[in-house]
Every structure is written in C-alpha cells, then in structure tokens.
Design a protein around this ligand. Structure first.
Ligand SMILES: [Zn+2]
Length: 291
C-alpha cells in the first residue's frame, strides 16, 4: 500500500469524527445524556462519594452533602419542579431537567422557626423557593437545605441523578465537574456581589481573584464558599484602592505575592453565566485592599 493509500482512510475517519454531532448537544457527558450541571449548593460543601454505601436494607441511591441549615439549594439544570414528601425523605423536590435527566433533592427544610421544630410542613417559602410545577433555570434557587425525614437534626442535602428519568446512577462525577454557583437570584433580576479573597493576577482590564467569601446584594450576608478563581473585568472608571493602581494599569501578569482584596461588582442583570462566575460575566466597580 502506498503512503497515500494509508493516509486517505485515516483522513476520512478524522473527517467523519469532525462531522459527528451528538444529538444531546456539546455539553452532554457521553452516553448518559446528563449535561454539565450547576452544583446544587452555594455554601462551602465537602463532596465525597457516598453513593452505594450500605444503608440498612438497601444501598444509598444518592450523594449526601452537609450544608448549613436553610442554605440555598439551586436547580442543577433548567427544567420543571414537582413537590413530594415521604416519611424517610421528608420534604423532597423532583427536578425534570430539559436533558431528560430527573434529579431528586431530599431532606429539604421543614422548620418554621429558628429551632428544629419540624412544624413548617413541605410548602412554598418554608421548604421550596418556587411554586409546585414552576419552570426554573439552572442556578435558580428551588429550596432551602434542611433536616426533614430521617435526617432530623442533621441538615444535609441528599441528591440523586436519574439519567433519562430511569434508575438512579452515581452523581459523583457530575457533581465533581459541575460549575460552582457564586450566588443565586432570579434570572433578569438586578444584583451585585462582594467578593473576598486574594488577587492572584491583574492587568489589561481584568483581575483574577481567588475567592473564598461572597456576599450577594441586595440583602445577602457574607457566605463562605469553596475556594475558586474568578476573573473580573473592570472599567477605567472603577474605584481602585491607591495601592492597587500600579498593579492593575499594566499588561496582565501573575502576582508573586497575592494580595488580600475585596471586589464589588457593578450592578447588573442576573444571568446563568454571572451565577457561575463565568469569565466575562462579572465586572468590578470597586476594588479595595482588605486590611
Ligand atoms: Zn442520603
């Protein structure tokens, strides 16, 4: 066979690969059809694989994640929600994702007062942040974390993934590669953020901050999140701490000694990209050195 004879089938194979478009879209993760998720919790969360652990007579059908009592729980993809409850699961929420995947959120809040009173039932504004049957977008708050059902006294989210609406499968890989939300708000609503952390790179109209605390305005309070880097653009008229001016008004570079800073974003409309802190989605209007 000539060299050309070998090359041609190779090329044909490559081209065939190039033109193959998976039906479920570029974001899907292989055959399961589960898209890249938005992580269901905002507050700092220790994630480990406890799917399949023995639980009495059955094996664990989801992943348990500890989170503060009444911390926000968000939609992992766009879809429609449905309320449910049971004695073991307590207050539960089904999310029927646009991808065809069904997600189950269990042990949501059932307390009416600041005590573990179990008097709230499983209702909107106590348990759920949206009406039964509501259409939600990825990153929108759907519920509050809690300890209902057999989790009483031990607030955590039990989260299941059911590809194509079938039996449960291990959520761990999906959660591991999920986009972490910085905050939650209704799409289109006005927001701004306070971001605390370390300035690790700066210059050319952007800063990169290793963020560990976020505050959502209006109304929020400082929340500890999983440490992650966020890139923020800033406009020439942004208010800068004088000590930062020389760092920022040059070509972009990494900082040898990261600086503790607090950045505030300009008022903007909530988008899914802003919620997950995607590059280009957030713009700083004020950056101060944290002392
Ligand atoms: Zn569980």
């Amino acid at each position: 066979m000539t060299a050309r004879g070998i090359l041609f089938p190779l090329l044909a194979g490559l081209l065939a690969g190039l033109f193959f478009v998976p039906a479920s879209g570029a974001e899907s993760t292989g055959r399961s059809g589960v898209p890249r998720l938005v992580f269901p919790l905002i507050a700092k969360t220790a994630l480990w694989d406890n799917y399949g652990d023995p639980r009495g007579t059955h094996s664990h059908a989801g992943i348990d994640m500890e989170n503060p009592w009444r911390a926000p729980v968000v939609a992992v993809e766009a879809g429609r929600v449905s309320y449910a409850d049971s004695s073991l699961g307590g207050c539960m929420l089904y999310l029927y994702g646009k991808s065809g995947t069904m997600y189950l959120y269990i042990h949501l809040n059932n307390d009416l007062t600041a005590r573990n009173d179990n008097r709230g039932g499983c209702v909107e504004d106590v348990t759920f942040a949206v009406p039964n049957g509501a259409k939600v977008s990825a990153g929108e708050q759907v519920a509050w974390n809690g300890d209902s059902g057999d989790a009483n006294g031990n607030p955590h989210l039990h989260f299941e993934v059911h590809p194509n609406g079938g039996t449960d499968s291990n959520p761990f890989q999906h959660l591991k590669r999920a986009s972490r939300p910085l905050f939650t708000a209704k799409l289109g609503s006005q927001f701004s953020l306070g971001l605390r952390g370390k300035l690790v790179a700066a210059g050319a109209g952007a800063i990169v901050v290793e963020v560990d605390r976020v505050r959502h305005y209006p109304g929020g309070s400082w929340l500890e999140i999983e440490k992650r880097t966020v890139e923020l653009s800033y406009s020439p008229d942004a208010l800068l701490d004088p000590s930062l001016t020389s760092l920022i008004s040059v070509a972009r570079r990494e900082l040898k000694t990261p600086l503790a800073i607090t950045a505030y974003t300009a008022q903007a409309k909530t988008t899914t990209n802003a919620i997950i802190g995607a590059t280009g989605a957030l713009s700083a209007s004020r950056i101060s050195a944290t002392r």
